[in-house]
Design a protein around this ligand. Structure first.
Ligand SMILES: NC(=O)c1ccc[n+]([C@@H]2O[C@H](COP(=O)([O-])OP(=O)(O)OC[C@H]3O[C@@H](n4cnc5c(N)ncnc54)[C@H](OP(=O)(O)O)[C@@H]3O)[C@@H](O)[C@H]2O)c1
Length: 335
């Protein structure tokens, strides 16, 4: 087994190294790729040093079984052919191919088998907010079909990459030192603020991030579910939170919902309000699962349920989900 990471210096790329190590992912060879900026840089994995190669249009991917790609959409588009032409399976973290009919969009807890049909040898990893949402929706969908979901997200700075995370941390330092605040990655200062915009606006008033949640959820769940999202950037370093309301076809009791979450694949139920016990990003950082709490009946709608989820978006929302896809393919002998 020969694997590659493309974009290893980034927030997701670094998480790939941690996740592969943590899960003892079986491989014989690892090749790291980056741009000219990080080519030649060394990373240590399980005591062995690996040097970053510059990603180029050549035959470097010949013999590589799986490439974990997280270098942004334009790089994925430009290099997809180079990466896949010798049979490498490209598991792509960008949004470039997610809605293409001939590219499966996969969250192993929900639709792992879709990864087996991949005419272009590309498998797309969904958007981090969508992964977290569908893992939580899946156990409820098994109780009663979910007709619609309204979601408000509370997205961490690191969702916009390693430099965005640094920008937030620096802003807090600059404010404490009474210095001018540097604002480059986000539209406004994020420290001591929330920004009700993630990605650019589309013609219908929703942002691209919000429309990803609508479209990707339907594709992954093979469902006609309607998703209306408001995506908000908050001054949290890592792990996204989501306040979710769902309307099911038939009423689902709080007890049944909690039981389904507790048994749900990839879900941890953390819901004891009397003891102030609910998921929070500070404590879910570094965890594999989607944490669910504040489960309650909607007082305005007999078929409505509200709950709160938190998940580490660099881990489950990106690197871990991609590695779980690879593990699924190995387990199913479907590489
Ligand atoms: N952050 C998250 O929570 C998250 C979650 C889900 C999905 N994603 C997606 O994952 C991708 C990466 O995100 P990130 O947060 O890790 O971004 P990031 O921290 O900004 O890292 C970007 C990476 O892309 C590499 N890169 C840029 N141009 C390249 C080129 N020409 N050739 C090879 N590598 C190149 C960079 O390498 P150099 O340093 O060598 O230039 C760097 O390693 C994006 O598509 C993003 O939407 C991110």
């Amino acid at each position: 087994m020969k694997i590659a990471i493309v974009g290893v210096s980034g927030a997701v790329g670094q998480e790939f190294l941690r996740v592969l190590d943590e899960r003892n992912f079986p491989f014989d060879e690892l090749v790291l790729f980056g741009s000219a900026r990080s080519a030649g840089k060394e990373y240590t994995f399980k005591g062995k040093k690996y040097t970053v190669k510059e990603l180029k249009h050549n035959d470097d991917f010949k013999g590589i079984d799986i490439a974990f790609v997280s270098a942004g959409g334009s790089i994925s588009v430009e290099f997809a052919e180079t990466i896949t032409k010798h049979g490498t399976v490209m598991i792509d973290n960008s949004s470039a191919f997610r809605m293409d009919n001939d590219v499966p969009l996969v969250v192993p807890e929900v639709n792992g088998e879709d990864a087996k049909v991949r005419p272009r040898n590309i498998i797309a990893n969904p958007n981090c907010t969508t992964i977290q949402l569908v893992v939580a929706l899946n156990p409820i969908e098994k109780l009663s079909h979910i007709k619609r979901a309204h979601v408000s997200t509370y997205q961490a700075a690191s969702g916009a990459g390693a430099t965005a995370m640094e920008e937030l941390v620096n802003q807090f330092k600059q404010i404490l030192n009474k210095e001018d605040v540097t604002v480059e990655k986000f539209a406004y200062q994020l420290a001591y603020n929330v920004i009700p915009q993630v990605d650019v606006f589309t013609d219908n008033g929703y942002t691209k991030e919000e429309m990803k949640m609508y479209n990707e959820t339907r594709k992954i769940m093979h469902s006609d579910i309607e998703v209306s999202a408001t995506c908000v950037r908050v001054p949290v370093v890592r792990a996204h939170s989501e306040s979710t309301w769902v309307e099911t076809e038939t009423p689902v009791s709080v007890e049944a919902a909690k039981e389904a979450f507790a048994k749900g694949n990839g879900v941890v139920l953390q819901d004891d309000p009397a003891n102030k016990d609910y998921p929070m990003p500070l404590f879910v950082t570094g965890k594999d699962e989607v944490y669910v709490g504040r489960v309650r009946k909607d007082i305005t709608n007999a078929n409505g349920l509200s709950f709160w989820t938190v998940s580490d978006q660099i881990k489950k929302g990106a690197a871990l989900n991609a590695v779980q896809i690879a593990e699924y393919l190995i387990k199913e002998n479907a590489l």
